[in-house]
Design a protein around this ligand. Sequence first.
Ligand SMILES: Nc1ncnc2c1ncn2[C@@H]1O[C@H](COP(=O)(O)OP(=O)(O)OP(=O)(O)O)[C@@H](O)[C@H]1O
Ligand SMILES: [Mg+2]
Length: 464
Amino acid sequence: MAEPSLSFRRHLIANAVVLAPAVIVLTGMMVAGWLSVEHGLIAMAAIGLCTAVIVRRYLHSFVRFSGYVEALARGDEPDVPRFVVSPAAEELATSVSALDGMWRRQREAIAGLEVSAQTIVDGLPDPLFAVDRRRRLVRWNRAASGLTGTLAAERDLSATLRHPALLDAVDAALEAQVPSDAGPDTGVVELSLGGPPERIFSAHVKRLPRATADGSLALIVLHDISALRRAERMRADFVANASHELRTPLAGLVGFVETLRGPARDDPQARERFLAIMAEQTDRMRRLVEDLLSLSRIEQREHVMPTALVDVGGVLRGVRDLIDMKARQRGVTIAFDIPDDLPPVIGDADELTMVFQNLADNAVKYTGAGSVVDVVARPSGEPATALEVSVTDQGEGIAPQHVERLTERFYRVDTARSREMGGTGLGLALVKHALNRHRGRLDVVSELGRGSTFTVSLPIAPAR
Ligand SMILES: Nc1ncnc2c1ncn2[C@@H]1O[C@H](COP(=O)(O)OP(=O)(O)OP(=O)(O)O)[C@@H](O)[C@H]1O
Ligand SMILES: [Mg+2]
């Protein structure tokens, strides 16, 4: 630590103060005649010399002490100075050092709390913003900056979330007289952000009981409800679609029953023809109901992984027997390439049969007579981690905008044509849910006019 310098004036004053009693006493003695002037002056000079040395050392101790305190105040970490001639200064310095240690620990604890608060806020999955009484951003978490991009403190919230209803709710919260410390949220607003894909959030606005140290007075938490809304929409669409699919054959049946009871009552030929159509319609309704039931069953079990070991080769050979006849009727050749030593997968044999039967059935249905459908099974990865089964047809192909929607329930590229072929439009939805359950995947590659390849990959069972 650099030794601070002492002014001459300071020395002079300090010496004068310390010398004053001796000078007064000696002068008194000289005036009273108890001491000769000569001896008195010599004594004064001697005392002055001694005190000058002592005062100088003391003064230096205090200057060093104040230098030490100043260094602490600047935030430096100086060593505690030693004061040989001044035990009082030494004690003071030790106490100040202890006080400084305590302050440092407190400062560290406060900084630690600040970091933990931000870490906790950052750990929240929902975007969170805090604004001050003038609606300026004070704090936000990582999810918030992930949603809105770079954020700047002290800017009005409207620069980040330009949603009038939300801003109104925040204003209302900031103006509210009664703090909503225990009560419900001041406001919940639904807003849609970004896109595509569009994301829907429910924004909860809450006023704090009082402004926090950083000035935050209201919190805005956004909760992503896109999945919920999508599920609601899907459920509504699903019910509408299912009803619609059932209504058409049902209306047909009602019509034929009426015709049979009325105009065609005594026409055996018409009766036979109508009964055949009615049987076909009833069969379509039965298939639809069966597919709906399968879908609901698979969905219920979707989160429960199957446990059995399944030989996919065996499953595919079973599918070949099921589909062969239909393929032959349509003039389509199905070529299976199934190696004998395929590794087993963990799965449900019935569901996997349904998956491959649907894919093979589609390939046969949507390809022209005389063409070939290839079903190839192969392990994939090095070392092999998955089993891939691809079903390739030489049919009409599927346009890209349809490819991503194929696994939606009732989604059909050409509804009339699919219906005419007896399809319910649920096949690929069933495939998707069954594969989800198997932690498997479905990839579709298709080119219009050339054909499509549907590839299923299933994780290989770990060696026992
Ligand atoms: N290999 C394919 N080539 C061309 N289009 C296909 C192919 N596979 C499926 N599609 C299209 O995808 C739609 C949905 O297929 P999905 O299997 O879900 O229903 P579906 O075959 O019509 O009825 P279901 O399978 O219930 O009998 C089909 O209607 C068809 O338009
Ligand atoms: Mg199908």
